[in-house]
Design a protein around this ligand. Structure first.
Ligand SMILES: [Zn+2]
Length: 489
């Protein structure tokens, strides 16, 4: 198989944490063959080798989005939910509008829009929490997600959601698409998806995860242990939503006299094979429980801000060693559902969070001078009490991949998957930067992609996806939104 050489980049970020993030040396050329990185450094083209000229570019590992709901890509900015908190938003947007997406053609279009949007930000792996599962569903959503991802060349982790119990707060007048399935039907759907699609390899293009929509409201507590046992027997991971709002804390306290993390721990839903989206409202004890068990967090800062849920305690989670990934969540609660927007917002949001300053002051008064040394040990100019740019890149790439068990994905190193975003800094927003390596995160806005490579295959070049006409996609989206609005009067 012929190889590919990405040559002449100004900087290369590896995805590794701390001082290993920056590839050092005078040259950052990268050779790709057989789906993996073959060599890094100063490389001369081989006879017949395809060369991508990356001069003026910076190279990142492809971003890893650890939580999404692709079907929501046709539900952006719905006025009834634009300024709502989680529960009224759920009722007004995803639950109310799901019947309009319950046609294969619309579902497929939504998935395509979401994947294309992510690709154009440099994302190469997408975890889709797909909870279209109800009695009598007339199409095969899992097959559609994998099919669209395969056409575009992306890696997908399909988190098979659904519910065995209706949620009283949002499902009272729910359409059939929000009705529960039996536990057996849920387990069977997960097992079927595993046998049809799942590949357990370290740089798998297709993973399946057991992912009831919430452990609190989507099933009976006693069913959680059965789901966990079945998933582990299949050798797959577990995923769900948890502690997105304070409602989760209140529910666990009132219904079970414990914290949400204690609740899931009691039912077997902690461990290095489990990650939860959001985790905004965690106590110190819950953070320590995540660290002790290796339970991960898909951090969704933009969605958490959009719904007014709060800011997750990610800098503290990282300090304790909790596995963390970055995620956009569904586009119905985050109209900027791409990884560049998410990374930029993540960096700024944590730096604006007053709790970071409080932690730094507490550390300095406890051991004067120590905080300063901790900073210089990790990043020059960084502040160990809040989020650093390189940390955002780490959780958005290697951190997320490791959390989901994709051990061959997420870093740019020899032998690892060749998932590579080559950003061209040819925009005035990047002119004048003293550290261009950080431009994709700090400059805000989407940088142009010179190339995007997934598992060694070029899937986007010169900012274009071969075979995809964005004008057509826009037209299809416009027509569909109009038809959906007309159907709802
Ligand atoms: Zn979600």
């Amino acid at each position: 198989m012929s190889s590919l050489l990405i040559r002449g980049a100004r900087h290369l970020l590896t995805g590794e944490a701390g001082s290993g993030m920056r590839h050092t040396g005078p040259r950052h050329d990268i050779r790709v063959a057989d789906g993996v990185v073959q060599a890094l450094g100063a490389l001369e083209p081989l006879p017949g080798e395809r060369v991508i000229d990356a001069s003026g570019c910076v190279v990142y590992p492809g971003w890893v989005n650890t939580h999404h709901h692709l079907f929501q890509s046709l539900l952006k900015g719905i006025p009834a939910g634009i300024d709502s908190a989680l529960v009224p938003w759920l009722a007004a947007v995803p639950v109310a509008w799901r019947p309009e997406i319950d046609h294969e053609e619309r579902f497929r279009l939504a998935v395509r829009i979401g994947l294309v949007e992510l690709m154009r930000s440099g994302c190469t792996t997408v975890a889709d929490h797909q909870y279209h599962l109800y009695p009598g569903i007339g199409f095969d959503p899992s097959a559609v997600v994998f099919d669209e991802a395969q056409r575009l060349g992306l890696r997908v982790v399909l988190c098979r959601g659904g519910q065995t119990l209706a949620r009283p707060l949002t499902d009272e007048a729910a359409p059939p698409s929000a009705r529960p399935v039996t536990l057996d039907a849920f387990l069977q759907s997960v097992a079927d998806d595993v046998s049809r699609f799942h590949d357990a390899g370290p740089r798998s293009m297709r993973r399946v995860v057991s992912a009831i929509t919430t452990p609190n409201w989507s099933c009976r507590p006693e069913e959680l242990r059965v789901m966990a046992r079945e998933a582990r027997a299949l050798g797959i991971h577990l995923h769900s939503h948890l502690s997105e709002t304070y409602d989760y804390v209140r529910w666990a306290r009132e219904a079970h006299d414990c914290s949400p993390m204690q609740f899931v721990e009691r039912h077997g839903w902690t461990g290095p094979d489990v990650w939860f989206a959001h985790m905004v409202h965690l106590s110190d004890e819950e953070l320590r429980l995540c660290a002790a068990t290796g339970t991960g967090i898909a951090h969704c800062p933009q969605s958490n801000a959009r719904l007014g849920s709060g800011i997750a305690r990610i800098p503290e989670a990282l300090e304790l060693g909790v596995p963390v990934g970055l995620a956009v969540d569904g586009a119905a609660s985050n109209e900027a559902a791409d990884m560049i927007s998410e990374a930029h917002a993540c960096w700024l949001m944590h730096r604006a969070d007053p709790r970071g300053g409080e932690r730094l002051r507490a550390k300095q008064s406890a051991a004067p001078g120590r905080a300063q040394r901790a900073r210089s040990a990790s990043q020059p100019g960084g502040d160990a009490s809040t989020m650093q740019v390189e940390e955002v890149v780490h959780i958005g790439t290697a951190g997320g991949a490791r959390m989901m068990g994709l051990s061959g994905v997420g870093t740019l190193a020899v032998g690892m998957a060749a998932d590579i975003a080559v950003y061209d800094l040819d925009d005035p927003r990047c002119f004048g930067l003293h550290d261009e390596a950080l431009a994709p995160v700090v400059a805000g806005g989407r940088p142009r992609l010179k190339a995007l490579v997934v598992d060694g295959r070029v899937v986007l070049e010169d900012d274009r996806i071969p075979g995809l006409d964005l004008t057509v996609l826009r037209h299809q989206a416009d027509e569909t939104v109009r038809a959906m609005q007309a159907a709802r009067g």
